[in-house]
Design a protein around this ligand. Structure first.
Ligand code: UDP
Length: 380
């Protein structure tokens, strides 16, 4: 099977720092190749992931343009998608596995019956892009998958009609976690914004008397110097300034900016508990899975993918009631780190994720073979 995997024009694969989708692609591809899938990767020129073939419209990632006004950057994705379309037109690709937000889904559908079948992975909150998702028609050749079951339940009906299942996210840490000792603090790892709820975590740290480390960017700003000169109109910056910063005293509650690579693993593995005070339906929860893999129990709000990933009382504690969250942080000591790691090794390894995608590829291929056969018998 020859698959064109479209990782988009924003960052190399693997990314050098932040990069959720590019990380997942970097985790998936080696396992697919081990399973005998030939991978053509659509990415940027400086991607270093070994693949069977690489195509790129740009020598390096265009991520720094992402925050600019639309009319300045709207050529980036089309230029990348044109390279993808031209490669598909060569006729030797069996299946397109697409990860490009909105435009990837549109391109796959617009290519029509001559193009290979396409699986588009929805990495996003599906309340986004109602103009596209609300009336989507994939013509029988384009299907979507979620990164959790919960995510798909919130999809518009037209998009849900194209869903062929979900595949949970995975992390290489589930196979080979570093060994680290525990310290007393709780951590929130993720982009700092209202949906991720760092303000609630910070208030609870003061109220219940536990140490809290916040790690992650505020909008595009990765450290205190960048944040000091930030655009105050940015909604994440406004959220930080109004709701989080007043609780960050550098002692009980600290912000350490974006932490990547082994430092991130060490920060998460050494924490006593990993907090997810969610106010949105977290679609896939990479950081939740990473936390388990590193033996750090998860405490959070029962919404989005969290209850699918975390078994209450065994690998973490969760509640629908924000007021109960502080109590749960104090009770998290009853969760065994080894149990969390065993769960990650069973459910969230790269091999498990790749087997999930291979199953979806095979289902999509048999689905489209049936459509072709039906079309042929209708013309005879
Ligand atoms: N992350 C990181 N450093 C940080 C904050 C986050 O490396 O300071 C990583 C985190 O480990 C995870 C990803 O960014 O791999 C965030 O993915 P998740 O699905 O948790 O949230 P998203 O940002 O996609 O909503």
């Amino acid at each position: 099977m020859k698959v064109l995997l479209n990782a988009g024009p924003w960052l190399p694969v693997p990314p050098h720092g932040y990069g959720g989708i590019e990380n997942i692609v970097a985790t998936l591809v080696p396992e697919l190749r081990r399973l005998g899938v030939e991978v053509v990767l659509a990415t940027v020129g400086d991607s270093e992931l070994p693949v069977d073939e690489k195509i790129a419209a740009f020598p390096s990632g265009k991520f720094e343009l992402l925050q600019r006004p639309y009319n300045q950057v709207c050529g980036v994705v089309p230029a990348h998608q044109l390279a993808v379309t031209r490669r598909l037109a060569e006729g030797d690709i069996d299946l397109l596995h697409d990860h490009v937000e909105a435009a990837g889904l549109m391109t796959a559908a617009a290519l029509g019956p001559a193009a290979p079948p396409a699986l588009h992975t929805l990495h996003w909150d599906l309340k986004k892009h109602p103009e596209l998702y609300g009336a989507f028609d994939g013509g029988g050749r384009v299907v979507v998958n979620g990164v959790s079951a919960d995510q798909l339940t919130h999809a518009p009906a037209a998009l849900r009609a194209h869903a062929i299942g979900h595949v949970h996210l995975a992390t290489p840490l589930a196979v080979d976690p570093p060994v680290t000792g525990k310290q007393g603090y709780a951590v929130v790892l993720g982009r700092i914004n209202a949906g991720k709820g760092q303000d609630l975590a910070a208030r609870l740290a003061h109220e219940y008397g536990f140490d809290l480390v916040l790690a992650g960017p505020v909008g595009p700003y990765h450290d205190a110097d960048a944040l000091a000169a930030a655009d105050p109109q940015n909604p994440d910056v406004a959220f930080w300034r109004e709701h989080v910063a007043p609780h960050v005293d550098g002692d009980r509650v600290r912000w350490v900016g974006t932490v990547v690579g082994p430092a991130r693993d060490d920060l998460l593995a050494s924490a006593r508990v990993s907090l997810f005070p969610l106010r949105w339906n977290e679609p896939g929860g990479t950081a939740i899975v990473e936390s388990l893999a590193l033996g750090t129990p998860v405490v959070g709000i029962s919404r989005g993918c969290l209850p699918e990933l975390i078994e209450h009382g065994r690998t973490g504690l969760h509640t629908t009631d924000e007021r109960e969250l502080g109590e749960l942080v104090l009770k998290a000591g009853r969760i065994e780190p080894a149990e969390c790691q065993a769960e990650a090794a069973r459910r969230f390894t790269p091999a498990v994720m790749a087997a999930g995608y291979l199953e979806l590829y095979e289902r999509l291929l048999s689905l489209t073979v049936r459509i072709d056969a039906d079309a042929q018998s209708a013309t005879v």
